[in-house]
Design a protein around this ligand. Structure first.
Ligand code: NAD
Length: 264
């Protein structure tokens, strides 16, 4: 696979204090990009993550604690990126949350929160990052959607709607930037064992009286034909490829990395 050389570029990865976002941030740093982290977490742990990335890859790191459900905090994060790093060359809209309930029982405030973070925040970061990308005539926008942007699951209506919406948004941005050096694509992971999914493993274990390992197997067997979790590192490698020159004509695509889930 052709990989990108991102030395001198800056990548902002939302929701990168854990899970997939952290895996992607590390791989982008490995390709030479300075990385700005975002997300919630313990201050000492975030400092340790930054030091670790800088030491391993010789890049600069930043952090902005914006709550992505609040538009003014997103604006402040983009101002920070501009002031400290001269803007954002690679924008990875990764932060996401989920709520599980049937449509009739779905609390309205949970619906709003899931849409705000998984979809509306991506609109805000993109509209603020695009002008400078256009000026430089180079940019990469990667939206971390989900296999749930391609197929539905019962009890995840807001998440499924947000991720389908994010793929539609991705295609629209790709068309609006088609004749520029800016590309916009989506990545659609299947199960990845992150804190988000561990909660579902825990719920399954409790519901069915299973051990942690049994509950993981049950979840995988139900949906993911490979029977294995996708890893944050694998998603990071795909992100680096989508930033490369070899990927410059990949536009408005939704790349699934899901162990075969969406093929069923
Ligand atoms: P995670 O819970 O491990 O990490 C989520 C990150 O988002 C954390 O850094 C958290 O602090 C941050 N975050 C949450 N709410 C935020 C807010 N309001 N403002 C700022 N940051 C916020 O989740 P993950 O599993 O790594 O998921 C990352 C992305 O991948 C999400 O968009 C998720 O929908 C998607 N995804 C995950 C899986 C999976 O199996 N884990 C599968 C498909 C898609």
């Amino acid at each position: 696979m052709t990989t990108a050389t991102l030395r001198g570029k800056t990548a902002l990865v939302t929701g990168s204090t854990s899970g997939i976002g952290l895996g992607i941030a590390r791989k982008l740093a490995g390709a030479g990009a300075n990385v700005i982290l975002n997300g919630f977490g313990d201050a000492d742990e975030i400092r340790r993550i930054r030091e670790d990335i800088s030491a391993a890859f010789g890049v600069q790191t930043g952090y902005h604690n914006a709550d992505l459900s609040i538009a003014t905090e997103i604006s402040a994060m983009m101002e920070y990126a501009q002031a400290e790093f001269g803007g954002v060359d690679v924008l990875v809209n990764n932060a996401g949350i989920q709520h599980v309930a049937s449509v009739e029982d779905f609390p309205v405030e949970k619906w709003d929160a899931v849409i705000a973070i998984n979809l509306t925040a991506c609109f805000h970061t993109t509209r603020l990052a695009l002008p400078l990308m256009r000026q430089k005539n180079w940019g990469r926008i990667l939206n971390i959607a989900s296999v749930h942007g391609l197929v539905a699951s019962a009890s995840k209506s807001a998440y499924v709607a947000a991720k389908h919406g994010l793929i539609g948004f991705t295609k629209t941005v790709a068309l609006e930037t088609a004749q520029t050096g800016v590309t916009c694509n989506a990545i659609c992971p299947g199960w990845v064992l992150t804190p988000l999914v561990q909660k579902q493993v825990d719920a399954r274990a409790e519901r069915d009286g299973l051990s942690n390992e049994e509950a993981k197997k049950a979840l995988l067997l139900e949906k993911q034909p490979s029977g294995e979790f996708v890893t944050p590192d694998q998603l990071g490698e795909l992100a680096v490829f989508l930033c490369s020159d070899a990927a410059s004509q990949i536009r408005g695509a939704a790349w699934n990395m899901d162990g075969g889930w969406a093929a069923q």
